[in-house]
Design a protein around this ligand. Structure first.
Ligand code: ADP
Ligand code: MG
Length: 369
């Protein structure tokens, strides 16, 4: 029954808030893995080894041979908003582009047991650290929380254990271990296609042979052949493209174009290949993303060449530079239009103000009217 009187508003416990926030970023083992893979690639790894127990719910271990983490940084590694990838305010635009925000490891420490073993080139031994709720913790009662020296290769191993042990709702939303494992394999497969110079492997803990293994220094078509099979690889087309280059503009315009640029690279099957379900790998600025809209648009292109019910394989990599100045113009244009529709007499005044205020080469906003 609804209360007759208003109930008091209470502040949620900090730990609960953190767990909820973490659950927004880490939905399942495969989404944790995706974040961890990106960290390995950001660290310049050429080899990434994944070990999984119980579909990643019991154990998710990722070993790379990247640059490692400085020992001095270990105490704040799992704090929220700590990152080595952004430092200045102007870097902020990259947050949305590349997804850097220093939240992945922090999130994992709130919904799992997180440990790290890492060694930089200059360090003589590796360091091992354990985290809980954003901070270093002692691995066993009676020990200190400080990172402990240990043997280890150059690079980083991240160990995630008992994912969602403290968030039963997330845990119960997960599927069977085998289904979670196949999602993990799917993520690694896609990153392996996109990063053919990096060697990837994935195995179940205790299993002698990996379920997925790629060589280093390959090329995208070879990676597709290895991971998706010959029937797709033999019917692949390739294209790379971007905005048309106009070389006769002045220097300011050239600069504008550079900051406005985008490129696309794609490998896609021809009409000979027909799959029941579309296989779609979409990377935007090297991050694997889902876009049902893009998927539908591309599928529609094939509806003219493939029989009903048949679908293609498409790998598409987009690189988009945030068009900062263009955005400024668009915002200004939008403002101007709504102002114009309100009062015709004042448009002129506003436009003068705007052009003066932006102090940038004007792309003649007036021609639109
Ligand atoms: P972000 O990637 O957005 O910076 P994360 O929480 O994913 O945030 O990682 C925090 C920081 O930890 C990174 O900025 C990086 O300095 C370090 N780090 C994480 N994983 C690795 C790794 N595999 N190798 C080297 N450094 C790493
Ligand atoms: Mg990260």
């Amino acid at each position: 029954t609804p209360p007759k009187e208003p109930l008091p508003i209470r502040r949620l416990q900090e730990s609960l808030i953190n767990r909820i926030a973490a659950g927004e970023i880490i939905h399942r083992p495969a989404s944790a893995l995706k974040e961890l893979l990106e960290n390995c690639l950001d660290a310049g790894a050429t080899s990434i080894r994944v070990t999984v127990k119980d579909g990643g719910m019991k154990l998710l271990q990722i070993q790379d041979n990247g640059c490692g983490i400085r020992k001095a940084d270990l105490p704040i590694l799992a704090e929220r908003f700590t990152t080595s990838k952004l430092s200045t305010f102007s870097d902020l635009s990259r947050i949305t582009t590349y997804g850097f925000r220093g939240e992945a490891l922090a999130s994992m420490s709130h919904v799992a047991h997180l440990s790290v073993v890492t060694k930089t080139k200059t360090e003589t031994c590796a360091w091992k650290a354990h985290y809980l709720d954003g901070v270093l913790v002692e691995p066993k009662p009676g020990q200190t929380a400080d990172p402990k020296p240990c043997a280890g290769n150059d690079g980083t191993t991240i160990i995630i254990e008992d994912l969602f042990y403290n968030t039963p709702t997330r845990l119960s939303a997960l599927r069977s271990a085998s289904e979670e494992y196949s999602r993990i394999l799917d993520v690694i497969t896609k990153y392996a296609v996109h990063n053919p110079k990096v060697s990837f492997s994935c195995k179940k803990a205790g299993s002698p042979s990996p379920d997925l293994s790629t060589p280093s220094s390959s090329e995208i078509p070879q990676a597709i052949r290895l991971l998706y099979g010959h029937s797709i690889a033999k019917d692949l087309l390739h294209a790379s493209f971007g905005p048309k280059n106009n070389t006769d503009g002045d220097e300011e315009m050239e600069e504008e174009k550079a900051s406005d640029s985008w490129t696309a690279e794609t490998h896609f099957t021809n009409a000979n290949y027909q799959s029941k379900k579309m296989i779609f790998l979409l990377f935007i600025n090297h991050r694997l993303v889902e876009s049902s809209r893009m998927k539908r648009a591309l599928e529609a292109v094939y509806s003219g060449v493939l029989p009903k019910g048949a679908s293609p394989f498409i790998y598409l990599s987009l690189q988009i530079n945030p068009p900062r100045r263009r955005r400024q113009h668009q915002i200004a244009d939008t403002l101007q239009r709504s102002l114009a529709s309100q009062s015709h007499s004042r448009v002129f005044e506003y436009q003068t103000l705007l052009t003066g205020g932006l102090a940038e080469p004007e792309q003649s906003t007036s021609k639109k009217r």
